[in-house]
Ligand binder design. Structure first.
Ligand code: PEP
Ligand code: MG
Length: 579
């Protein structure tokens, strides 16, 4: 039995056999070799090519009757590449000249080639970069000696163990079989963690070396409440966890009974509880849990989940499906927030040195106006179906907001010309998730109908801590006094301008932060649906007077550690069973 401690990112307990899968992407560290090892590394490259060719030829022979031309073509292209002598020469030259490992040479040469492909304007050629990465993976698999397991084939309950999972991979898991997740990398607000929480799959991240600690098929316990993973547990531990799992389910069940009750504090202040969703079918779950509408629809998942770019019709259908669930209640559609850790199929291979500071979110939309307009067209068309609002992410300055609004107006004119009805008074809001937007909130409020605070990114950018990097996860905290000062500014400026304000970052779904947020003036939150009952229970257990006192005290404190422990104690006093 081995116990590993990581970061709990999605609550619940699962006990099942493990399946170990590769990430979509191998990252090979730079490692020098002794000059005497060069021949050995070159021989490893030769063997890897030979084995990759044998594998692929066998695959081709197995599928000789295949009707599908595209797949036959892919085999042929890959084989042609693997037989290319000049390619092998480039790799061996790099081993000789730079004295690096075979896997490093393969990985860097292939990435160079893929980079050249992606620069070509012709999309047919640039998309071939995907083939290059596929061949690279095939070779690396040989060199690293690991066989890839495919999750698509599982027919029994499993927990997935991986070094890294992309949000797309996670979103594609079959919920009937995938019962838990454990990864080596990631943080509490990485998008993979967010997806796991939305899907209600218990998950733990930041588990150093977990993929090496187990063999596929080993029994694993995932404790998504405490951030623990137990490999090959003994019988006593299994029995304890089975009992704990029943208790946890009973608590969840008990919390579910407050579904029909309003989210009001003991002294009668109503808090609006909205849901965060990634897919339209989650809207139903938000409603079932007692949510008052959708406060954040992360529409970029429409792009991440399909091989081709979604059409206007795809967008419209997704929005229509969502608004059908919440007929007379708000649905806030956030325009695509692509980039950073969320890539479209065609842009996946365009590497940026600092993707979080790069061409992401609204910046990407303002540079890809046709794509942006397609989405806005669908949002506006759906706006007659209910209370749809539109929200722009990652606004960093006033000009971006004005540009985005101008494009929205252009699309309204297009709709007028096409005689398509839409709501001309659709509310237009922005996410405040950069320090610059927080500092300029008073000015941005003049041109926005509402603000939604994205604490996940606001924390990342304020503290200069990558939200998905487990190496710096202890520095990442939304209750760092610097972040709290910005949140206070945003709330005050929204009140002054008399515009609506909500919080849709993960901070609002953390039980211990609720008293502080209410005390700071927040009256509307948007959270992942599994957390709605628990957070509602806290809201129903506090008084606004108590929350105000907590907030006043916290805003005098200077240390994140003191703030965190003060909040934990205050919440524990009110609702011990949550802990
Ligand atoms: C945020 O940054 O807080 C947010 C809600 O947006 P996302 O998590 O999708 O970046
Ligand atoms: Mg964000």
């Amino acid at each position: 039995m081995e116990i590993k401690k990581g970061i709990a990112v999605s609550p619940g307990i699962s006990i099942a056999k493990s399946i170990v899968i590769d990430s979509e992407d191998y990252r090979i560290p730079f490692r020098k070799i002794n000059p005497s090892q060069r021949m050995k590394e070159i021989q490893r490259v030769r063997n890897a090519f030979k084995e990759a060719i044998d594998d692929l030829t066998a695959l081709q022979d197995d599928n000789v009757n295949l009707e599908h031309r595209n797949i036959k073509d892919i085999f042929a292209v890959h084989l042609r590449f693997l037989h290319d002598r000049s390619l092998r020469k480039q790799i061996t030259d790099r081993i000789n000249s730079e004295q690096v490992t075979a896997e490093y040479a393969v990985s860097t040469i292939f990435r160079d080639i893929a980079g050249q492909f992606t620069k070509v304007k012709d999309s047919y050629i640039s998309e071939r970069a995907a083939d290059i990465y596929d061949i690279e993976r095939r070779l690396l698999k040989q060199l690293l000696g690991r066989k890839r397991e495919t999750i698509e084939k599982v027919t029994e309950e499993v927990v997935v163990v991986a070094r890294e999972l992309s949000p797309t991979q996670t979103a594609g898991f079959n919920r009937a079989f995938v019962k838990g997740l454990a990864t080596e990398v990631g943080g509490r607000t990485s998008h993979t963690a967010i997806v796991a929480r939305s899907l209600g799959i218990p998950a733990v991240v930041a588990l150093e070396g977990v993929t090496e600690s187990l063999e596929a098929g080993d029994l694993v316990i995932i404790d998504g409440n405490r951030g623990i993973v137990i490999i090959n547990p003994n019988q006593e531990t299994i029995d304890q966890y089975k009992e704990y799992s029943v208790e946890f389910q009973e608590l969840e069940h008990k919390l579910d009974t407050i579904r029909e009750k309003p989210a009001v504090t003991r002294d009668g202040i109503k808090i609006t509880m909205l849901g965060n969703i990634e897919f339209p079918d989650e809207a139903e779950m938000v409603l079932e849990r007692g949510g008052d509408g959708i406060g954040l629809y992360r529409t970029e998942f429409l792009y991440l989940n399909s091989a081709t770019e979604p059409t206007e019709k795809d967008h419209y259908e997704a929005y229509a499906q969502t608004i059908k669930v919440f007929k007379h209640r708000p649905v806030i559609i956030r325009t695509m927030d692509l980039g950073a850790d969320k890539y479209t199929q065609s842009k996946r291979f365009v590497r940026e040195p600092n993707p979080s500071l790069g061409l992401r979110s609204i910046r990407f939309c303002l540079q890809n106006i046709m794509m942006f307009k397609t989405q806005l067209h669908a949002i506006l068309r759906a706006s007659v179906l209910g209370e749809i609002k539109v929200m722009f992410p990652l606004i960093t300055n006033h000009q971006e907001l004005m540009q985005a609004k101008m494009i929205l107006r252009d699309v309204m004119e297009d709709l007028d010309e096409e005689s398509i009805p839409y709501n001309p008074n659709i509310e237009i809001g922005i996410m405040i998730e950069t320090p610059s937007a927080a500092l300029m909130a008073a000015s941005l409020a003049r041109d926005s109908d509402f603000f939604s605070i994205g604490t996940n990114d606001l924390t990342q950018y304020t503290l200069a801590v990558d939200r998905a990097n487990e190496l710096v996860s202890t520095l990442y905290s939304p209750v760092d006094p610097a972040v709290l000062r910005l949140i206070r500014t945003i709330i005050q400026d929204a009140y002054q301008a008399q515009i609506d304000l909500s919080i849709c970052g993960e901070m609002a779904s953390e039980p211990e932060y609720i008293m502080l947020l209410l005390g700071m003036g927040v009256r509307k939150i948007s959270i992942a649906q599994p957390m709605i009952p628990e957070i509602k229970q806290i809201i129903r257990s506090v008084t606004m007077d108590g929350c105000n006192k907590v907030a006043r005290k916290i805003l005098t404190m200077h240390s994140e550690r003191h703030i965190s422990s003060y909040l934990r104690n205050a919440t524990r006093k009110i609702l011990p069973e949550i802990f």
